[in-house]
Design a protein around this ligand. Structure first.
Ligand code: PEP
Ligand code: MN
Length: 347
């Protein structure tokens, strides 16, 4: 259940609600938004909900009470109707933000020069964040597994030079502390969407998280997974669609589910990102699907760029060259404008 109060509600009135709830063994989660104060109440038994809703509706300082019957509460749209804005350094990401965040960089950090060179070119083309994996979740143990800590240091060096905040994957709970020291956004990959100990661990931090959709996860499972992070008190989460497994991988690696953008918009207040690189697996499909993503309302894009894709140690077939990335950014501008958004200017 969600209880909505006007910003003019006093601390005493909020406390009154909290006391009423604790008397019934329930916990209130008070969140002060920019327009409203929202009190979330979790764990109400089904047979007690209707009575509780009525009880709160009688309070004059309560604007509205919404009984929520779906299982994810904190991720629910009603919890923060105005939409969450994720803040990363100076970058803001969310539906209310005009500028579309473009997260670009190599699949994996391979060496310092590769990351620096990529960071420079993506920044010049208008990217707002730098991506790069130091801990790589590879299907085969013989494939390049990432540089680990060394890779994180190269990413930090690229941030120091370009000013681009860094998005990088964390694969296990034990690494969260270390990755937090270097990263600006913690990425949770498709294979770990339901790694509950990892979700709990990143939920304890106050670092923004980018949670990718499991390649065979339903939207409900995805939103239930994000609830683990939000429950820990970390409300800075971006949802990222990266393609789900279909039956035909002859021409595309995955099925990029663009339906989820309008679907998630109705269900949740969290910002939505689209990753057309993993979603298609083919470089020539990336720009056109990036345009489509903007057209359906995505708040952010994640795109893989490599100085020399043919030599990339992972995801070569879907990586854009710097020139193609710059070209794509120019093509995105009019599409963004057509839907009332914008792409950062070149520098
Ligand atoms: C990645 O971003 O490089 C990655 C491994 O993504 P995913 O988890 O979507 O496969
Ligand atoms: Mn990749």
């Amino acid at each position: 259940m969600i209880v909505i109060l006007d910003l003019s509600a006093t601390e005493e009135q909020i406390r009154q609600i909290e006391d009423m709830l604790t008397a019934q063994g329930l916990r209130a989660d008070v969140s002060r938004g920019e327009q409203k104060i929202v009190i979330g109440v979790i764990g109400i038994p089904d047979d007690a909900r209707a009575h509780l809703v009525e009880q709160f509706q009688t309070l004059p300082f309560v604007e509205r009470v919404i009984p929520i019957t779906y299982p994810y509460k904190r991720a629910a749209r009603d919890y923060r109707p105005e939409g969450t804005i994720v803040r990363v350094g100076g970058v803001r990401i969310g539906e209310q933000v005009k500028e579309i965040a473009v997260i670009a960089g190599p699949c994996a950090v391979e060496n310092e020069e590769q990351v620096l060179a990529t960071a420079r070119v993506v920044k010049a083309a208008g990217a707002t964040l730098l991506r790069g994996g130091a801990y790589k979740p590879r299907t085969l143990p013989y494939d390049f597994q990432g540089l680990g800590l060394e890779g994180l240091k190269y990413l930090a060096a690229a941030r120091a030079e370009t000013g681009l905040p860094v998005v990088t994957e964390v694969m296990s709970p034990e690494d969260v502390e270390t990755v937090c020291e270097y990263a600006d956004v913690l990425q949770i990959g498709t294979r770990n969407m339901q790694n509950f100990p990892l979700l709990r661990e990143v939920g304890k931090t106050r670092k923004p998280v980018l949670l990718k959709r499991g390649f065979a996860a339903t939207v409900d499972e995805w939103l239930k997974a994000v609830e683990y992070i939000l429950r820990g008190g970390n409300e800075q989460v971006i949802l990222c669609e990266r393609g789900i497994r279909g039956f035909d991988d002859a021409y595309t690696r995955n099925v990029l589910d663009l339906n989820v953008v309008p679907v998630l918009r109705r269900l949740t207040h969290l910002p939505i990102a689209i990753d057309p690189s993993h979603g298609t697996g083919r470089w020539y499909l990336v720009p056109i699907m990036a345009k489509a993503a903007i057209a359906v309302g995505a708040d952010a894009l994640m795109v893989e760029v490599h100085p020399e894709p043919a030599r990339a140690l992972s995801d070569a077939a879907q990586s854009l060259t710097p020139a193609r990335f710059a070209e794509m950014m120019e093509e995105l501008r009019p599409v963004a404008e057509a839907v009332g958004r914008c792409i950062r200017e070149t520098s």
